[in-house]
Design a protein. Structure first.
Ligand code: ZN
Length: 253
């Protein structure tokens, strides 16, 4: 029973670092130096004011020095990181695949929030992820051949969709960032994961997109970034994909 507790605490602190990544990577700033500052008054945040979730509660969501609101996003990312850590621990046990998939999930978490904020997916995360993945997959329950096919299929299928959509409507639906992201996901999940991720992301995108478009009243122009849906779909695949696929085919008889 000690490991879930250790992993939760560890996940919270990693989450605190992920907040720094989400904030600084799009600005091309270093994620290790300098230490955290309040973006408003630029005062350094002391260690005891930087404890994940607890400091946010203790400071009641405000900077100690200037009283500026700290976005609820910060403790939310910390909690999501801890939740992912525990969920992957339960799924894979205390093992190398657990460590690799959890770090991969952290990368997807960072990509999700950067894409929501800026509608970009930094190449360092997607292409960097492909590079790391091509080595890390050796320790994952994914055949190397499936990972390579996943890489090509992930990129190819989205390029085909983007060109097809452009051919039919004259508009660009998705960006090159999504192509590189799905290719990166393919390395870690194999081609089976690419199909599952694309299908579930499209389904979630439609379910969220219809009310979203309706609320925005700008027509289909009000594009929602697709990266977050791809990320969530990929995480669901690695955690419960085989169960869901089995259940689905069972349902079909
Ligand atoms: Zn401040």
């Amino acid at each position: 029973m000690i490991w879930p507790v250790v992993v939760t605490v560890f996940g919270l602190f990693i989450g605190s670092f992920l907040n720094v990544c989400i904030y600084r990577i799009p600005k091309a700033e270093s994620v290790v130096w300098p230490g955290s500052r309040c973006p408003q008054c630029l005062n350094h945040i002391r260690a005891w004011d930087n404890i994940p979730v607890f400091s946010y509660l203790f400071l009641r969501g405000k900077c100690r020095y200037c009283g500026t609101r700290i976005a609820l996003r910060y403790p939310v990312v910390e909690l999501l990181s801890a939740l992912l850590a525990v969920t992957f621990l339960i799924r894979f046990g205390l093992s190398i695949p657990f460590v690799i998939y959890y770090l991969w999930a952290c990368t997807l978490l960072v990509i999700t929030f950067i894409d929501l904020d800026h509608q970009i997916i930094p190449d360092g995360l997607s292409l960097g992820g492909i590079g790391v993945g091509l080595i890390a997959v050796i320790w994952l329950p994914v055949a190397y051949r499936d990972a390579l096919i996943g890489l090509v299929l992930g990129a190819g299928i989205l390029i085909a969709i983007i060109y097809g959509y452009y051919f039919l409507t004259g508009k660009q639906g998705m960006g090159g960032g999504d192509v590189k992201l799905l290719a990166m996901i393919g390395v870690f999940t194999g081609w089976q994961g690419v199909l599952f991720t694309l299908f579930s992301a499209s389904l979630m995108g439609t379910l969220v997109g219809i009310p979203w478009t309706f609320l925005q009243k700008k027509g289909m122009q009000a594009a929602i970034p697709f990266g977050p849906f791809l990320s969530v779909g990929a995480l669901i695949y690695v955690l419960w994909g085989s169960d869901i696929v089995q259940w689905y085919f069972h349902l079909l008889g």
